[in-house]
Design a protein around this ligand. Structure first.
Ligand code: PRP
Length: 177
């Protein structure tokens, strides 16, 4: 696509990262019937690939939180747009994110889950971008670290576009500057 500077992580590389994460969760959560929560919308593609590689009993749910609007920079204010439809009390919760950047969204979600009385809560994120981290968050399962680049594809957007790209790419600066 002409708006993409270059491919950062190919479909094949993504698949292998997802398999690695799934393997660890299959082992760690074999007898825990985890509640796996997809944080819409960015993580929907990663989530759907991940759960199909999990072979353990599990349930899944959807939440939606947003702090970006149509910008490349977090507003710092997280809005809960959609909550889970079941109680998380006493459940082993896994929060699934596509990317952790400032950590603001995740920190909000972790606080929220603790308050709701989960038995445990851990984070799964395909990408970990630490360069602009504002809130310290513990990401137990992640695919790979990335540099301070604005990435799109595989669920991730710029102004709601590019989510459908099957790879993760770097957006040309001319698109957003
Ligand atoms: C993205 C992404 C994470 C969050 C990470 O969501 O899916 O939820 O930003 O950034 P942070 O660590 O700086 O908080 P976004 O708010 O863009 O909504 P979306 O998933 O619907 O695209």
């Amino acid at each position: 696509m002409s708006d993409i500077e270059r491919v950062l992580i190919s479909e094949e590389e993504i698949s292998s990262l997802v398999s690695g994460i799934a393997q660890r969760i299959n082992t760690d959560y074999a007898d825990k019937n985890p509640l796996i929560i997809c944080i819409l919308k960015g993580s929907v593609i990663f989530f759907s690939d991940l759960v199909r590689k999990l072979t353990i009993p599990l349930e899944f749910e959807f939440m939606s939180a947003s702090s970006y609007g149509n910008s490349t920079q977090s507003s710092g204010i997280v809005k809960l747009i959609r909550d889970v439809k079941v109680s998380v009390k006493d459940r082993h919760v896994l929060i699934v994110e596509d990317i952790v950047d400032s950590g603001i969204t995740l920190s909000y979600l972790l606080d929220y889950m603790q308050c709701e009385g989960c038995a445990s809560v851990e984070v799964v994120s395909l990408l970990n971008k630490t360069a602009r981290r504002v809130k310290e968050v513990d990401i137990k399962y992640y695919g790979t670290d990335i540099d301070d680049l604005f990435v799109v594809g595989y669920g991730m957007d710029y102004a709601e576009r590019y989510r459908n790209l099957p790879y993760i790419g770097i957006l040309k600066e001319s698109v957003y500057s």
